[in-house]
Design a protein around this ligand. Sequence first.
Ligand code: HEC
Length: 173
Amino acid sequence: MMIRSARTEGAQRSGRPPALSLLVLLAAAFVAGPVFADGHEGSEVDVKYRQKLMSAVGANMGAISDIVKNQMALPGHVQNHASQLVRSADLIAAAFKKEIATGATDAKPEIWKDWGEYEEAIAGFRKAAKGLEAAAASGDPAAVGPAVRTLGRSCGSCHKPFRKPKEESYKNR
Ligand code: HEC
């Protein structure tokens, strides 16, 4: 307490409110940090996050096609991967909410110009993943193939209008 009051007095003598200036500095550092750290206004981490989400989608889809193509004896796995795709679909809109179409991203500006259509593409993907989930749960192997193809088409229906083609991908830059 002694130390504290001495500091307070010192601060008062110098005309600064105690501790406040430090608080302001800290707050400014927090706000400014992501802006000045790399000059990308924190956007880099947002893009990386949504790409990780999409990579998880790609991994689940890849796993499904491996299982189906090779008729692997993994009961319940297709249904499980399809459920993971449904859950991923629920994260896409929020992950893409911030408009960032420059830098290391394959997102086209059309996402934010036609946000309603982007949401429809998400809904179409979710529905197709639900469809595969149900087909896999039904125990009818003949229902799985067509459901996988419908799901695959739902990726394309979004990638075509909203993702840059492979030749223009940031991965090739
Ligand atoms: C609603 C739109 C939408 C749907 C549906 C969608 N994607 Fe994507 N996907 C994107 C966008 C946009 C990107 C580019 C993200 C970026 O680079 O910022 C992307 C990127 C990817 C990537 C690359 C991620 C990275 O590391 O850069 C993979 C893999 C991928 N998607 C797979 C799939 C698969 C497989 C499906 C279907 C099962 C699918 N996506 C469905 C919009 C979608």
